[in-house]
Design a protein around this ligand. Sequence first.
Ligand SMILES: [Zn+2]
Ligand SMILES: [Zn+2]
Ligand SMILES: [Zn+2]
Length: 402
Amino acid sequence: MSAPIKRDALKQSWEDTEFPLVCETCLGDNPYVRMTKQPFGKKCSVCETPFTVFAFQAGTKGRLKKVEICRSCAEAKNVCQVCVYDLKYGLPVQVRDKILRESGSASSVAAVPQSQANRAYYTQQQNRMLEQGINLVAEPNAVAEATLQSMAQMEPRYERNLPKLCSFYARGECNRGATCPFRHEFPRDRDDPMAKQNTKDRFFGTHDPVANKILGRKRKMEQEEEKQQEEDGYNKARATVYVRFQGEPPFPALTEQAVRDYYYAYGEIVSVRAQPDKGQAFVEYTQPEAAQLAIARTHRKELLGKSLYVAWARAPKHGESSTAAAANQGDASAPKKAQVVLPPPPGSTESNDKKRKVPLTTTIKLPPEVLAARQQKQAAKGAGPKPHYPSTDPSRLGSAAS
Ligand SMILES: [Zn+2]
Ligand SMILES: [Zn+2]
Ligand SMILES: [Zn+2]
């Protein structure tokens, strides 16, 4: 009874498209691409719906490439129809989705059902919503976006388009020599995990060896960084960013104002300390999220025409004095809290202040040498009273658009 209806429903969802959804790498280095089009040429590797198959030569040295998954599957996950890598960041789905989840942006992970019936329903719902201008999948949040941007591999990697290996060559039997259209190299080791890749795993982001490799590399880098900090006897300061110019001196003049102008866009800044002679600076935010965002957005970007290294600031563990000492404010293991008396607000007089029984103090952990430097600086300036609250100090905002 239900069989014919079901078949009709499936037939309706056969896919006929005019152009494939393909990434830049897959299209190859040739600006003109000639494609062949075959309606319902094969079944989609993911949903098994017959769809329009496009085939084309992937650049001057590339092989003949063919789309592997249907366009609606590709759109659901925003991936290339040929290589199934993310179209925006060039990363495997598994890597992209993991970072989205870790950055608190789980709602932007497209949860495409694996079974065919559920998938058809999902696609239908999605298309209906899209017609109304609603996207089921949310935009990634700023931290996720920035992290993905920093990991993105968007330069085309044409080596991925190279011809497949010649199986005759591996056995020493290929007699076509230079005219052989296949690649004359020895195949990978059978035990190499990279030899076990398939479209479906890559699409759903499960057991993807490329993703595991990228994530493994990332984890290793983070571990090494942590280990290094441990060896140096440093803790990660809570919301402080360390900024340094990459390469050798001379460095451009790194003023506090320049740093503030560059970094105020990522969150509310508590303090900025620039050390122009060393070409480095510390930016302390009120929120750790702001620091995370600033790191993701500005690491390896340019300031004053020079590339930056941006990371979490390291603070000494046992209150040792060091250049990073001022970044110590969030460190719970610091032994003492310095009591800092802020200067009176403008307009208030000495006598006024003396009348007040409760001293105007706040607890900010600042190492003495920083305090001394600050007082010296204020003494050197000597002049007019400084605004009391950050919000009343116009210089706290950046004066340049980022
Ligand atoms: Zn499909
Ligand atoms: Zn591709
Ligand atoms: Zn050959």
